[in-house]
Ligand binder design. Structure first.
Ligand code: FE2
Ligand code: FE2
Length: 166
C-alpha cells in the first residue's frame, strides 16, 4: 500500500525533504563552504546566505505548525547527490579552482531549492494554506536573490580564472 495517498500527505513529505536540506545547509554545508572558499565576495555572500538559511529552517518549521503538524525532516537524496558530486569533484580538482567548483555547487543547490519551494508553494496554494504560502514565498525570494548573486560572482571568477591561466 502506498504511504502517501493525499495531496496534503505529499505536501508534508516534500516539506520534510526541504527541511532536511535547509538544516544540513545551516549546520554543515554552508559553514564548510565558507571555510574553504577564497574569494572575499563569495565568502561574504555565503555568510549572508547562512544567516538567511537559519531563517529558512524556522519558516519551514512554522509551515508544519500552520498545518498542525510536528516538524520532521526526511533524508533528501537529491541534495545528498549534489553533495556527493561536489565532494568528488573537489578531490579531482586543483585547489586554485576551488571557488569555481563551489560556485557551481552553490548554483545547483539554489536551483534545487527554488524548484522545491515553487512546488511547495503551488501545493500550499491549492490546499488553501495561505499563511504557508507566505512563509514559502519568503524563502523562495531569498533563494532567487542568492542565485542571482552566485551567478554574478561566478561570471567574474570564471573570467578571472581563465585570464590567470591564459
Ligand atoms: Fe534555503
Ligand atoms: Fe539557498
Amino acid at each position: 500500500m502506498s504511504e502517501i495517498t493525499t495531496p496534503r500527505e505529499l505536501f508534508l513529505h516534500e516539506l520534510s525533504d526541504i527541511l532536511y536540506v535547509e538544516r544540513k545547509l545551516a549546520d554543515e554545508t554552508l559553514p564548510k563552504l565558507i571555510s574553504e572558499v577564497r574569494d572575499d565576495e563569495f565568502k561574504a555572500a555565503l555568510e549572508d546566505h547562512l544567516d538567511q538559511t537559519r531563517g529558512h529552517v524556522t519558516n519551514v518549521e512554522q509551515v508544519f505548525g500552520e498545518l498542525g503538524e510536528e516538524a520532521s525532516a526526511e533524508k533528501c537524496l537529491g541534495f545528498e547527490g549534489l553533495k556527493a558530486e561536489h565532494d568528488k569533484l573537489l578531490e579531482e580538482t586543483s585547489s586554485d579552482l576551488i571557488d569555481s567548483v563551489d560556485l557551481g555547487a552553490a548554483a545547483r543547490t539554489e536551483n534545487y531549492e527554488i524548484a522545491a519551494y515553487e512546488g511547495l508553494r503551488r501545493m500550499a496554494k491549492a490546499l488553501g494554506e495561505d499563511k504557508a504560502v507566505d512563509l514559502l514565498d519568503a524563502n523562495l525570494a531569498q533563494e532567487k536573490e542568492a542565485l542571482r548573486l552566485v551567478e554574478k560572482i561566478a561570471t567574474r571568477v570564471s573570467n578571472e580564472s581563465v585570464k590567470a591561466t591564459a
